[in-house]
Design a protein around this ligand. Structure first.
Ligand code: 0GY
Length: 315
């Protein structure tokens, strides 16, 4: 891992103390991704000089530009990206939009919007490649937004054929259940609703999440972020190939139970990791453990993300 001051933040910003920069020398994956694979959860940060970080942000990251994201895409063997608006940019979607527009159709976006956005502005986001909005319920990342505002936004973006991405932590699901159930759109859950993987995948907490998916056919799940969810420590302590084993039963359970409603992404540049920064090549090598057959891999990495983000390419 490079030292934490290896990558600058431009534009006069100072990185959050202890910020871990993304890993600059990722391995070439051993797992060969299927043709047309989509990295369906990644971000860009700034660069701060061109796209300033939001005043209300809860962290200041290192810069992570579109060119660096596209270089990683090509290195890992992905064909497309879904770029999710990071909270450090608030509802200023310009960095994400700039990346989508520069991608020659190979990136779609998920935006953050407020109720003050006009229909014309929503249409401009659509034209730039946005296909969803993200509602974030993780308290360390965002300030509270009233539920009626979120519902109003969901109803408006539903008309554009977009979906809602939700980010929450497992203990909050009971309280959020009714609100999520009432959303009119397809709903995509980030990082499996952040289960506590020290508990059993057969236990009540993850059981509730699986029930949530079973009872709501409109809900999809990103089986992402083993590096964020794992409690077994950084790979260096356990051997790179054996990293994140505690996450495997959770992700595999979701992939096998809901093969047509799962997505996978790197989460590059991995905001807010505290103890280690993953090698994105090794993250790709994690995929066959959670999607063990070619048929599951094809749905997870190609068919499902195309259906959601590039439906015009699906026959
Ligand atoms: C993720 C997770 C995190 C952060 C963000 O937009 C963000 O700031 O998504 C997190 O800190 O858990 O999806 O990248």
């Amino acid at each position: 891992m490079p030292p934490s001051d290896a990558l600058p933040t431009t534009g006069g910003f100072t990185k959050t103390a202890g910020w871990l920069d993304w890993y600059q020398g990722p391995a070439r994956p051993r797992f060969q991704l299927p043709e047309g694979a989509v990295d369906a959860h990644c971000h860009v940060f700034g660069p701060g000089a061109a796209f300033p970080y939001a005043p209300e942000r809860k962290y200041t990251p290192c810069d992570a530009s579109k060119a660096q994201l596209f270089a990683l895409r090509d290195h890992l063997g992905f064909h497309r990206n879904v770029i999710v608006q990071a909270t450090c940019h608030g509802d200023d979607n310009r960095a994400m939009l700039d990346a989508c527009q520069a991608s020659q159709g190979r990136a779609r976006g998920v935006a953050t919007v407020r109720r003050s956005i006009s229909d014309e502005q929503l249409q401009a986001l659509h034209d730039a490649g946005v296909r969803g909005v993200r509602f974030n319920f993780v308290k360390r990342l965002v300030d509270f937004t009233p539920r009626d505002e979120l519902m109003e936004i969901a109803q408006r973006i539903h008309r554009l054929g977009w979906h809602v991405v939700i980010y929450f932590e497992a203990p909050d699901l009971p309280e959020l259940w009714d609100f999520f159930s009432a959303l009119p759109t397809t709903v995509v859950v980030d990082h499996m609703g952040r289960p506590d993987v020290t508990q059993s995948p057969d236990g009540p907490e993850f059981g509730l999440f699986l029930r949530f998916m079973r009872e709501h056919p409109q809900v999809w799940c990103k089986v992402t972020c083993p590096e964020r969810l794992s409690s077994s420590g950084p790979p260096a302590l356990h051997g790179q190939q054996q990293a994140y084993q505690d996450v495997v039963p959770f992700a595999r359970r979701v992939v096998e139970a809901f093969p047509d409603r799962v997505l996978w992404g790197t989460d590059w540049p991995h905001p807010n990791l505290k103890d280690h920064m993953p090698d994105d090549g090794l993250l790709v090598d994690f995929i066959p453990q959670i999607a063990p057959t070619q048929a599951l891999q094809q749905r997870l990495l190609v068919d499902n993300p195309l259906r959601l983000y590039w439906p015009e390419l699906v026959g």
